[in-house]
Design a protein around this ligand. Structure first.
Ligand code: MG
Length: 221
């Protein structure tokens, strides 16, 4: 199991569950022809989906359409259930930039049939993440430029200020459903501009004040 790295510390952190928000930027909800939700839309990835910086995302043989979704990722440092919004930020130990890699053809089929997204979102290598930066080093997590480039061409560019549900709200909501535990990760949703990632592509994800993540793409047949 991959250990999580926090900048300035040589002790790895064992990853727990990965909770992801869907449709957390209005422009992305629009490009997916989806309604802007009134409560956060949640799904999970297994910890086995994690991939470290400079890793390879493998497209499984049952998919022909891998998409990139660049996202700010939170590392939970303190356990909690029903965490009130005013205490939520105390539970964030660090920030990273990550990719919610998605098998869009598999997800579209699941949506059509009313089936879960676990395969489309949770396959091996579907959750690349950078090293985490300690929370105190991030000036304002709701004012960070976020960007994704494919082979040097910018495909996604936004700012975390456009998130529909901010960090306090999402932690309060998530912890009313799932007890948050040290090592859990929260993928906070992607801005617009999602699109295909093909074998041989190099993806560069960048988050202001936090850092960058580079992965390549390969087909797994
Ligand atoms: Mg996403």
């Amino acid at each position: 199991m991959m250990q999580l790295q926090l900048a300035g510390s040589d002790r790895g952190i064992r990853p727990g569950k990965i909770i992801c928000l869907g449709r957390n930027y209005p422009a992305h909800a629009k490009e997916m022809n989806a309604e802007v939700p009134s409560e956060p839309v949640l799904f999970l990835k297994p910890a086995s989906a994690l991939l470290e910086n400079k890793g390879v995302v493998h497209i499984p043989p049952f998919s022909r359409e891998l998409h990139h979704e660049v996202e700010m990722v939170l590392l939970v440092g303190r356990d909690g259930t029903n965490i009130p919004e005013e205490k939520a930020l105390q539970h964030v130990l660090g920030y990273a930039v990550g990719l919610d890699m998605t098998l869009r053809d598999v997800q579209a089929e699941a949506k059509k049939k009313g089936l879960p997204w676990s395969v489309a979102k949770g396959f091996d290598t579907s959750a690349p993440i950078s090293t985490f930066v300690p929370a105190e080093r991030v000036r304002d997590p709701h004012a960070l430029d976020i960007r994704l480039s494919v082979n040097g061409t910018v495909r996604q560019q936004s700012n975390t200020r456009h998130m529909i549900f901010g960090i306090k709200r999402m932690i309060a909501y998530i912890s009313s459903v799932f007890t948050l535990e040290q090592g859990d990760l929260i993928f906070t949703g992607t801005p617009d501009g999602v699109g295909p990632a093909k074998p041989g592509d190099i993806l560069l994800a960048e988050l202001e004040d936090v850092g960058s993540l580079t992965v390549s793409v390969s087909r797994h047949d």
